[in-house]
Every structure is written in C-alpha cells, then in structure tokens.
Ligand binder design. Sequence first.
Ligand SMILES: C[S@@+](CC[C@H](N)C(=O)[O-])C[C@H]1O[C@@H](n2cnc3c(N)ncnc32)[C@H](O)[C@@H]1O
Length: 277
Amino acid sequence: MYRKNFLDIYIKNNFDFDMAKSEIDFAIDILFNYSYKDFILGKTLTNWQIDKLNNIFEQRCKTNKPIQQIIGMAYFYGYKFFVNEYTLIPRPETELLVNEVLKLSDNFVNAKILDIGTGTGCIPITLALKNKNIISDAVDISLEALETSKKNALFHNIHNRIHFFKSDLFNNVKDKYNIIVSNPPYIPLKDKESLQIEVKNFEPPLALFTKDDMGIEFYEKIITCAYKYLSDNGFLAFEIGINQSKSIINILKDNKYNDIQIFKDDNNIDRVIIAKN
Ligand SMILES: C[S@@+](CC[C@H](N)C(=O)[O-])C[C@H]1O[C@@H](n2cnc3c(N)ncnc32)[C@H](O)[C@@H]1O
C-alpha cells in the first residue's frame, strides 16, 4: 500500500518502474530497517516516516540526484556506508574485487593491504570486517573522501586497523604491502556525455574520469610503480572497466607480473584483474 503511493511519485515523473520499486525498498530498509515482507506481515509506517520518504522521493525525481546521496547512505557487501557528493557510491561490481582480495589474503598470516583511491573506504573496511587478521593503509587524493572513509571506519568500529591518509597514488606511501588493491577512476573524460545523468551530474569527477582515451592511465601509473611497494610474492588487484582487460594485461606483462587472472562480473564482463609480483 505504501509502496504504491511512493511509486506514483516516480511514475508521474516517468521513472523506470523496476528501478523505482528497488529504490523505495532500499530507502525504507536503510532508514527504518523494514523489508517489503514486514509490511505484508502488518508493519506500518508512522506519519513522520511517510513524510520523510515522500520528501526523499520527490527530491529524487525532481533533481535526478542518486537516492543514496539524498539519504547519505549506501549498502556495500551488506554493510552500511556513509556517502556524499565527494565519494563514489560503492557498486556491487566492487564486491567481486573484495571477494578475490579476501581469498588472496589467506596466503598471508596477517595480510597487509594498501587501497589506492579509497573513497568511502568500502574496500578496506569490508576486508577488515571479514578477516580480522587484515590491516590496511588506505589513500585518496580527496581530503573530503578521506573524512568520509574515516567516519565509516569509526561507524564500523575498525578504525584502529586502517590508516587513512592523503596521497596522490604512491606519493606519500612508504611501506611495503602483501596486496595492493585499487578501483581507480576508469572512465575516459570523452565518454562523460554517455553516462547516466545521476552519475555525470552528481558523482565526483575525481572518482570517475581519466584524461586518456582508454581509461587506463591510473592502472599504468600504479602498475609501473607498484613493485617498490609490494612484498615478495605480493599481489596487485584491480577493478577494471569494459574493454580494458587486454590493455591492462599487456601493461602487467611488460612490467614482469605473473599469474595474471581475470574474473568476470554477473554480466560476463571482465571486471577484476589480479597479478603476482
Ligand atoms: C572509482 S573511485 C573508487 C572509490 C572506492 N574505492 C570504491 O571502490 O567505491 C576512485 C577514487 O580514487 C580517488 N582518486 C582519484 N585520483 C587519485 C589519485 N591521483 N590518488 C589517489 N586517489 C585518487 C578518487 O578521489 C576516488 O575516491
């Protein structure tokens, strides 16, 4: 019943029906901890909850701002993360990267990991929550993103196991790591206009775009410097964009990395690449 009234807001603004349903369920769940099933079982929303949701959905439809930014929170790997205009909204594809890094971390007693371009901190925070032996450093060039990632680490009570600091890629990095992980910007700036309005108008350009035509400049920079920061038998692990795997494999081979593995996402797109030092 509630869903129907909220859906009307989306429909009168010509939004996709399935997307509207999932956004409404997401908002009610993340704000009030109610699932759709709870309503079928008789739970109800109070008037102020209904007013709050109406305001959120009206704003969503009027502005195209992503619902996660309006609410200020997103889910990643089933955990809640604060998000804002300075942080990329964590994507489900990145959960695949986290899964593969978790498997790699089993090769080490206390895996020491560096996350480059940490944004919300979703990667090192999830790794720390899933494996209590992992400790991480996490860097970003954006001070605002780092403020958010620190807030997320505090929220999940693992702030003592992750050191967040500002760095332009490796500039302020001093240590060596068993695994270097990164989901760097990988969309060529020239493709900006083809992006969804929610992404191109609201997500931070610093998190999205590269200056080169193929979106691989960050991989190239990280791969060519990483050997100085990797322990023996250390690993590099990246999330990658569509049609980038071949070029990145070539850069890895040129830089003498071994055991290169590719993992596909649910849409059969090469999404994660791993290589050994
Ligand atoms: C695609 S987002 C990934 C955010 C987060 N790791 C995730 O997976 O959701 C890329 C991140 O890299 C950061 N970044 C961009 N250029 C950077 C640089 N030169 N050095 C460090 N971080 C950078 C951005 O601020 C952004 O937070």
